[in-house]
Write a protein that binds this ligand. Structure first.
Ligand SMILES: [Zn+2]
Ligand SMILES: [Zn+2]
Length: 270
C-alpha cells in the first residue's frame, strides 16, 4: 500500500490536545505517513467556554518554524502548516481577516457548533432530538459554507453522528436532500471533501462522511478528496488508514489531494 498523507491533526496549540507538536511529527513518521499537515483548532465564540479554542496563531507558527527549520527529523518528511476553522455564519468577516493575514498551506472548514451548542455535549440531542438534531446540523453546515468561502476542504461532513448512538443508525437517505445540497455547494466552489478516519475511534464502521456521501460527491462531479485522522494524540495518527485505499477505490477515486500554499497537489493511489 502506498504511504498516504495525513492532512488533519491537532497538537498542544489546540484547546483539546496537550500533545507536543514535536511528538505528533515524530510519531507520524513512525506511523508510516507520507507527510502531514498540522491543523490546529480555531473555534471563536465557542459557546460553553468562549476562549477555549482561541488559537494563538503567532506562537503556533513560531513553534512550527522552530521545529521544521531544525534538523530534528529527516527533511524528506514534509510537515505543512494548516488550520481547522470552526465555522459560524457571523464569524465570516473575522475569519477572512485572520486567514488572509497568515500563509497557511491548508485551511479546513468545519461545523462544530450549531445554534451555540456543540453536538459533542448531550444537551444538544436533548434540545433538538435525534432526527431534528442531525437535520439542524446539516442545515447549519450549508449556511456556514454559504457564508464563508476561503477554505480548501470541508472537514468531517457528518461529524454529528459521532455523538449519538441513535444518529449512527440513521442512513444517508434520511438526509440525502440536504447532504446533496451541501455537496453541490462544495463542488460549485471547487472545495475538497475530507475523508476523516477519526470516525473509527467513535465506533463507526465508515469514515466521516459515510461511503454513500463520498460516492454521491463523486457522482455529482466532485474531484478533490483530502485525508486525515483528526488525531489529538500520537496513538490516533494512523487510525483507519489501512481502510483508506479501499474506500477511495470503492467510491471511484484513484487519487487524493494535499494542499501546499493553498494549492491542491494530486497523489495517485496504487
Ligand atoms: Zn473538527
Ligand atoms: Zn479536527
Amino acid at each position: 500500500m502506498n504511504k498516504l498523507w495525513n492532512n488533519h491533526m491537532h497538537c498542544e496549540f489546540s484547546g483539546d490536545s496537550d500533545t507536543p507538536m514535536e511528538d505528533m511529527i515524530t510519531s507520524s513518521i513512525k506511523a508510516g505517513m507520507y507527510g502531514i499537515t498540522l491543523t490546529d483548532h480555531l473555534d471563536l465564540d465557542y459557546y460553553s467556554s468562549p476562549h477555549r479554542f482561541d488559537l494563538d496563531i503567532d506562537s503556533y507558527r513560531k513553534h512550527y518554524d522552530s521545529l521544521t527549520d531544525s534538523s530534528m527529523y529527516n527533511k524528506e518528511f514534509e510537515v505543512l502548516w494548516g488550520i481547522e476553522l470552526g465555522l459560524q455564519p457571523h464569524l465570516a468577516e473575522k475569519h477572512e481577516e485572520i486567514i488572509s493575514s497568515y500563509n497557511f498551506d491548508f485551511v479546513i472548514g468545519s461545523t462544530h457548533q450549531v445554534d451555540k451548542i456543540d453536538p459533542y455535549f448531550p444537551e444538544y440531542f436533548e434540545k433538538f432530538g435525534v432526527k431534528g438534531g442531525v437535520r439542524r446540523f446539516f442545515e447549519v453546515t450549508a449556511e456556514n459554507i454559504e457564508a464563508y468561502k476561503n477554505f480548501d476542504s470541508y472537514g468531517h461532513l457528518d461529524y454529528i453522528i459521532r455523538y449519538s448512538d441513535e444518529a449512527k443508525k440513521l442512513p444517508y437517505e434520511e438526509y440525502s436532500d440536504i447532504i446533496n445540497e451541501i455537496l453541490a455547494l462544495l463542488i460549485d466552489r471547487e472545495k475538497a471533501l475530507e475523508i476523516n478516519t477519526g470516525a473509527f475511534k467513535f465506533g463507526l464502521k465508515e469514515p466521516n462522511p459515510c461511503i454513500a456521501t463520498i460516492k454521491k460527491y463523486k457522482e455529482m462531479g466532485g474531484k478533490l478528496i483530502t485525508l486525515g485522522s483528526d488525531a489529538h494524540k500520537t496513538e490516533q495518527i494512523g487510525v483507519g488508514y489501512d481502510k483508506i485505499s479501499g474506500i477511495l477505490k470503492e467510491c471511484g477515486f484513484n487519487s487524493y489531494f494535499t494542499y501546499k500554499n493553498r494549492k491542491p497537489i494530486e497523489y495517485t493511489i496504487g
